[in-house]
Design a protein. Sequence first.
Length: 345
Amino acid sequence: MKLGLQLGYWGAQPPHNHAELVAAAEEHDFDAVFTAEAWGSDAYTPLSWWGSSTERVRLGTSVIQLSARTPTACAMAAQTLDHLSGGRHIVGLGVSGPQVVEGWYGQKFPKPLARTREYIDIMRQVWAREAPVTSDGPHYRLPLAGEGTTGLGKPLKSIVHPLRKDIPIFLGAEGPKNIALTAEIADGWLPLFYTPRLADQYNEWLDEGFNRPGARNTRETFEICATAQIVVTDDPAAAYAGIKPFLALYMGGMGSEDTNFHAEVYRRMGYGDVVDEVTELFRSGRKAEAAAIIPNEAVDDSAIIGDEAHVQKEVKRWEAAGVTTMLVSPGSPAEVERLAALVAE
């Protein structure tokens, strides 16, 4: 099992200790460092900033939002960072949700799977640099023509020769159709709320994608980098209490009341009644109550909390389920070192 350091996105202020965490991850043989974005900090700026102090770890986004950048702009950022890092970049993409896409970016949300396929095709055209980039659309037509345009657009080829013509692309997917698409066209999957308990279901969806004509990878060459809160502790109660507000936010507050992809993940886990109650409480402003009603079992499904022996046993269970990398969020360099030692044993 490999470990990745998940730095996430910023809260109200920049985090104070990410430089130390990244240095510790590099020192203690973490495989990668990942950053994220929502509607505040972006992912590429801190990834480049902290990545500049490293030499070995891979540098990934988990995830950047499709609607934040045109596909050519994303391809430019990716090939730039890939050059600067000596070929260590992973592009982690996600469609986000309609509230963010239409409310923050002012873009249309429908047809997320078709948009993803088209977006990635354009990025790979940029990196392949075999011909000027074109796309018939309908979501990202290049060159753009028709009503409201000058008609002067022309197909262009990247000035920069990419260091790698095929930079890895991972997708943050949650639903069955999106997971199958991920297995078909991407190099890895970035599940946010993964549970080994449903590994057979995930594998069924992944196999659908692997079996499609032209699929890029097989199960043996495909990566699954799953976000996992790992807390090594002899006081599980405090750890559960610390994680539940995060789950309440994603169950009840991310997306609209009837369109929340994260909530659907927990419904598929069997927590439909919990999701309904959390959503009602969270949206009425009773956030502490929403967190309090989440059962410990729901936390355990996508996190590992316990003593060293329990953590080691559970990490092996995740690995047996097909996870190749666990994206963890330790709070200190000492925790980075401790996790690295536990997983290495």
